[in-house]
Ligand binder design. Structure first.
Ligand code: NAD
Length: 362
């Protein structure tokens, strides 16, 4: 692997390798951009098969955070960290404290949070060593579980897509198929149930299916069949890479709008494939920004959920703007969203020296 070529291509500002052999910490922090603000992004703990795989993941994910924050209009850059290890076996207080010390050394240029394989408890261990962590519990002045806010943001994005694609309809008149009935999927189903939408759902965890069916009246289908369901909106809320050569031709929906990160297996090719099928795709990093908006609200003053929800409602107008930009330029919404993100970053870069210290309160 040509590490420096890859770094130059994705244009990272800094990549920090963090090692503490006595404790067993092997971690990489990638700061992609601090033009708009500190590089905020979660720390993922995963048993990567190789160090190369971990490096590629953190480089790709940190760039994604830059685009997500930029399109959401937040004063945040993009960063991410990975810890190589099995979250089921390798977690310890010392591990997260050692990681916290590396984060602290960066003086706020990188702010960490929870991600796949890490949780609120781990963030509170990191908090012992550094103030540059968010997503801690409300008892520590944090914002707690972000998934209800993420689901609320997805709902706003769905409304925007419906306004464009089916202007004479309301979300409550439509059917939605949700893949993944975990934290975000469940809350999304609840919002949709309140509006009166018909909801199909599928999870590989039978317990999640039972809860959604019993509590919210979701009609459960098998995880293999969820792509074939005749519905108005397909909502990926499970894993990445689900929009691919196999699934896109099968979809019988008018809109794809869901929370999962990196939904397109190949960002360019599969966005075009969906576009050519006449399906409106809400770019994942725009529609799922509610969780990031939620933690951002911890940084700009005392956390206030009302303010976080209010900002999250902005996803509606934000997506309409991106759909419009896509139409005007005859490009996919994903390309339009990237274009909008790059333009904002380039414009703010012209302001010159770092200006963001005044709105991050820590
Ligand atoms: P979660 O782990 O609580 O839920 C995911 C659910 O998907 C689980 O119940 C799992 O069993 C199910 N699942 C996995 N593979 C499946 C498959 N093939 N078919 C059907 N179900 C499957 O995670 P979450 O917090 O709800 O997040 C969902 C997605 O949204 C993830 O991709 C996450 O990265 C993304 N996301 C979450 C947030 C947030 O605030 N939690 C914010 C932004 C993005």
């Amino acid at each position: 692997m040509k590490v420096f070529e890859y770094l130059n291509e994705l244009e990272h500002e800094r990549v920090i390798f963090c090692s503490n052999p006595e404790i067993g910490l092997k971690s990489i922090i990638a700061i992609h951009s601090t033009t708009l603000g500190p590089a905020l992004g979660g720390v993922r703990m995963w048993p990567y098969r190789s160090e190369e795989e971990a490096l590629l993941d953190v480089l790709r994910l940190s760039r994604g955070m830059t685009y997500k924050a930029a399109t959401a209009g937040l004063n945040l850059g993009g960063g991410k960290a990975v810890i190589i290890g099995d979250p089921k076996k390798d977690k310890s207080e010392a591990l997260f404290r050692a990681f916290g010390r590396f984060v602290d050394q960066l003086g706020g240029d990188y702010i960490t949070a929870e991600d796949v394989g890490t949780d609120m408890e781990d963030m509170e261990t990191i908090l012992i060593e550094t103030k540059w962590v968010c997503g801690v519990s409300p008892a520590h002045g944090g914002s707690g579980d972000p998934s209800p806010v993420t689901a609320y943001g997805v709902l706003q994005g769905m409304k925007a897509a419906v306004k464009l694609k089916m202007p004479d309809k309301e979300l409550g008149d439509l059917s939605v198929a949700i893949q993944g009935l975990g934290s975000v999927g469940y809350h999304l189903a609840k919002y949709l149930r309140d509006l009166g939408s018909k909801i199909f759902g599928a999870d590989i965890d039978p317990e999640a299916n039972d809860i959604a069916a019993e509590e919210l009246g979701v009609e459960i289908v098998s995880p293999d069949d969820i792509f074939d369901i005749e519905c108005d909106i397909f909502s990926p809320c499970a894993l990445g890479g689900v929009l691919n050569d196999d699934t896109i031709p099968r979809m019988k929906c008018k809109i794809v709008a869901g929370a999962a990160n990196n939904q397109l297996a190949d960002e360019k090719r599969h966005a075009e494939m969906i576009y050519k099928r006449g399906i409106l795709y809400a770019p994942d990093f725009v529609i799922n920004a509610g969780g990031l908006i939620n933690v951002y609200n911890e940084l700009i003053g005392e956390y206030n959920q009302e303010r976080a929800l209010r900002m999250t409602r902005g996803i509606y107008l934000n997506l309409l703007r991106i759909f419009q930009l896509a139409q005007e330029n005859d490009m996919t919404p994903t390309e339009a969203a990237s274009k909008a993100a790059i333009e904002r970053i380039e414009n703010i870069k012209k302001l010159g020296s770092r200006h963001w210290d005044k709105f991050i309160k820590r």
